[in-house]
Design a protein around this ligand. Structure first.
Ligand code: DGL
Length: 271
């Protein structure tokens, strides 16, 4: 029988930080990852382009047998998810589902803050969409949310520049801008799947009292909850613990980087 894995999509490598947490919590399922490395970064692109690219990638994962696809990419979740769910799915695949990462994060992020001031770091696309302002406002109206776009961070991560003076410069630059404009923040949300890879450098330039929150664990628990509430979907998923990795870019580059992201070098395959 052909596997029916959970599809995990990101514009590049970043979604591997989410997949790592999902696999840890739900190791029994099969997973098929697609990184659109050839067209990354998505952050600076316009709405239409992000929608078009994301839909293409979702259709690829559907053709690969995935009944359920997670957009493990904030930019795609912000710009493409709603139209995919409301306009595309009813036409192309009414029996399949596509989920994003913004709503599950917004549902819980307010619980992390005592000062009721949260900083959200994301791509230009995510920040401009104001999706986090809107979604967090629904669940935690008393929380003040300050956003900061960090356009240089994804290119640094995609090129494996996770440390060193150049990376430190750009990490410090955006943190300083945010903290100067919005004092009192005690919780910093890394609202881009690439950013957890920069966490050691971010920590270096962030006051100790500010907590860093990454999305991987949040998204994993939200997926577990979704599968419990949707037994029909859960029953359609194959469970052999298989994982495979696809990229629109160069497979040799993906192989080299993905093991660093996923932390399981020997198991990474590309196709
Ligand atoms: N990793 C994606 C996100 O979570 C965006 C990266 C990009 O700009 O391509 O927003």
């Amino acid at each position: 029988m052909n596997p029916t894995p959970i599809g995990i999509f990101d514009s590049g490598y970043g979604g591997l930080t989410v997949l790592r947490e999902i696999v840890q919590l739900l190791p029994q399922y099969d997973y098929r990852y697609l990184g659109d490395n050839a067209r990354s970064p998505y952050g600076p692109r316009d709405f239409e382009t992000i929608y078009h690219y994301t839909l293409e990638c979702v259709q690829y994962l559907f053709a690969q047998g995935c009944p359920l696809v997670i957009l493990a990419c904030n930019t795609a979740s912000a710009k493409a998810l709603r139209n995919i769910q409301q306009l595309a799915l009813p036409k192309i695949a009414p029996d399949r589902r596509v989920l994003g990462v913004i709503r599950p994060t917004a549902e819980v992020i307010g619980n992390f803050s005592k000062t009721k001031k949260i900083g959200v770091l994301g791509t230009v696309g995510t920040v401009r969409s104001e999706s986090y302002l809107i979604e967090i406002g629904k669940f935690f109206p008393a929380i003040e949310v300050s956003q900061q776009a960090c356009p240089m961070w994804v290119p640094l991560v995609e090129n494996g520049e996770l440390a060193g003076p150049g990376t430190e410069f750009f990490v410090k630059k955006y943190l300083d801008e945010l903290l100067t404009a919005s004092p009192g923040i005690d919780t910093l949300l890394l609202a881009c799947t690439h950013y957890p890879l920069l966490e050691p450098v971010i920590r270096q330039f962030l006051p100790k009292e500010i907590n860093i929150v990454s999305q991987g664990g949040i998204v994993a628990h939200s997926l577990a909850d979704y599968l419990q509430r949707h037994p029909d979907m859960e029953m359609r998923l194959s469970k052999q613990g298989l994982r495979d990795f696809h990229t629109t870019g160069a497979t040799e580059d993906f192989d080299g980087h993905a093991s660093a992201f996923f932390g399981e070098g020997g198991k990474v395959r590309t196709g």
